[in-house]
Ligand binder design. Sequence first.
Ligand SMILES: *Cc1c(COP(=O)(O)O)cnc(C)c1O
Length: 365
Amino acid sequence: MADNPGITFERLPHPAPTGEAQRVAALANPGFGSVFSDHMVTIDWEEGKGWHNAAIGPRAPLSLDPATAVLHYAQEVFEGLKAYKQADGGLALFRPEANAARFNESAKRLAMPELPEDVFVESVRLLVETDREWFPSLEGGSLYLRPFMFASEAFLGVRPSRKYKYLVIASPAGNYFKSGAPAVSIWVSRDYSRAAPGGTGAAKCGGNYAASLVPQAEAIERGHDQVVFLDAEEHKWIEELGGMNLFFIFDDGRIVTPPLTGTILPGITRNSLLTLAREEGLDVHEERYSLDQWREDAASGRLLETFACGTAAVVTPVGKLAGHDGEITIGSGGPGQLTQKFRERLVGIQRGTIEDKYGWVMKLG
Ligand SMILES: *Cc1c(COP(=O)(O)O)cnc(C)c1O
């Protein structure tokens, strides 16, 4: 590490890497989040000592004291990004510095130490290069990277932990949505909120996800793919899905996404698409959009398309909006033209088939 002379990653040899036949079988249809590569990165932090013990070694279970703080008070933050295979066969990351910066914003909100951004990027790069054999063979596959940090001190008192562990694991990924449907159906949660003003909605922390599981299960039970959350104060304004941001495209050239007011996760996909939408000449607005207006605009046909976006699912068309007062189809109910165009543009940049005008792609060795 040029900029962090104190942090060098020790390479611990793997005693028994997965055999080729077993790996190839696992990579044929990995789905999302259940197949893992052979290695992981670990770095420890301790009060008075800072970051130390940086290593890349065999992926293995952790041994934790039952009093480990994260198990009780959920002091944990994470990131999600992907490595892509480029058209020329090389590997690349998409805007990893943005993930590093957001990781530290999340850490600050959860009273956790920041990790130097170049150490974050280096940790991810090291894992991808070490486990480059773990790219799924299927079309559109990628290697999903999960950096995370948790409170590792064994202590039941309520205060910020004095010890943390940072890890990165990798999971070959195929399609995120089980149904693989071209457009998803989303359910409006009436009874639950994801994030309240002053809360942790803008931080990528496990606790936000824990709170989203019951409403997400309700959506699935009712036959829908995802839940959409409204604001916690007025139950009126559209915020986002459990793990994806939303965009709305209108017949007058407007494209709207809810603003980052502190209750919405600042998606890197969202940010990238705002740039691409401006480049496309659309009339871009980060502004509040109400559920009532959404229904009205879908019914009148003024709303042409809706899509959700995030690293895991990229750009996903929303074909149907459902709630306690009934269902409404958006546009044709299938993937809209601009939605598809945005998806192709973004995927093209990520995979090196479309020019990277903004310096978003970090090529790896
Ligand atoms: C991670 C996440 C997103 C998407 O962020 P990307 O950086 O685009 O992957 C959106 N909403 C929530 C709640 C998230 O946790």
